[in-house]
Write a protein that binds this ligand. Structure first.
Ligand code: SF4
Length: 321
């Protein structure tokens, strides 16, 4: 048994590709394959990987928007896929998401009070005065003025809209927030402010985050633990400092070497990962990274690498270890 707030075991999601009159599956998209991780109260787990690595499917399974093919998700001690619908509705109150793009995630015809207030109406029984007070409290929490309450989303910048989305997600006191690329659709100046706001809110409200990003530097800035995904699998997992300072998997090393730092003098010094992520319908045999790995060996084409324990909760899957 674990005291983790969220415990994910052997989670797998394969989507069938069907054809013909009987819609028989012809092939399977192996979007998420046998994933294990846990998140403790007050922690931030950063999930990083290129597009096609399975991050979005993972989020959809965690939010119970799609059923897994196999595996288990225990949230706050309750099995998400084994509990009653009533219990699931209660649990979903404590599991909220902030989407990537605040331009489509907020209803343009609603006022801010309705956008932030919708979950309050669904889940809490507040009197009109209490309702407005709570919306004002949430606006203050995310650094927006009181008079934002009667405005529409189009009157705000991208960064301010993301603040509204965060206020909406916080309204019903969730235990876990999934942040799905929360800064990738907003300008560079607002990005830093939103990340600082999220860090501050986490401390003030003892929140737990799962931060999904393709950007390892954003994930490093925010996370206690990092999970690196490639083609539906976890290739490296562990404390953020260990992964950032002592990456063990060639894919993590390649992602890190693509980040410019203070000593980078020209773009030529930044090494780019070559090629594209292969199809999840026919992933490479053996190690799934073998088509792009600069350290590939014969064994990598035949045998899937086991998970190696590097110590202090740091693991990676590579034949070099
Ligand atoms: Fe590269 Fe082989 Fe390690 Fe895969 S198992 S990351 S191909 S060295």
């Amino acid at each position: 048994m674990s005291d983790a707030l969220l415990q994910v075991s052997e989670l797998t999601k394969h989507f069938p590709i069907t054809s013909g009159f009987f819609s028989r599956p012809e092939a399977w998209v192996r979007a998420v394959d046998n994933i294990n991780f846990e998140v403790h109260q007050g922690e931030t787990l950063g999930v990083v990987g290129e597009s096609g690595c399975g991050k979005t499917t993972l989020v959809n399974v965690l939010l119970n928007l799609i059923e897994p093919t196999a595996g288990q998700v225990i949230f706050d001690g309750i099995d998400l896929f084994g509990c009653s619908k009533k219990k699931l509705r209660e649990l979903r109150q404590h599991l909220q998401i902030v989407f990537q793009d605040p331009f489509w995630s907020l209803n343009p015809r609603w006022l801010v009070k309705d956008i932030i207030g919708e979950p309050l109406k669904v889940h809490l029984d507040l009197k009109p005065g209490e309702f407005i007070k709570r919306v004002e409290e949430l606006l203050e929490m995310v650094g927006l003025p009181d008079d934002a309450i009667y405005k529409s989303p189009h009157e705000f910048s991208g960064g301010q809209r993301q603040r509204i989305a965060i206020a909406r997600a916080l309204g019903i006191n969730p235990k876990l927030l999934v942040l799905d690329e929360p800064t990738s659709a907003i300008d560079i100046f607002s990005q830093a402010q939103i990340l600082e706001l999220l860090k501050d809110l986490k401390k003030r409200l003892n929140l737990t985050y799962i931060l999904i990003s393709h950007d390892l530097s954003v994930v490093h800035h925010m996370s206690d633990k990092i999970m690196v995904m490639y083609l539906g699998e976890v290739v490296e997992y562990g404390p953020a400092e260990a992964i950032f300072n002592r990456p063990a998997h060639p894919y993590t090393k390649a992602l890190l070497s693509a980040i410019p730092d203070i000593n980078t003098e020209s773009l030529d010094e930044i090494s780019e990962l070559e090629g594209n992520v292969p199809s999840a319908i026919n992933p490479p045999i053996g190690c799934r990274f073998n088509t792009r790995c600069s350290e590939v060996m014969a064994v990598c084409m035949e045998k899937k690498p086991a998970v190696s324990d590097i110590g202090s909760g740091h693991t990676a899957s590579c034949h070099l270890l």
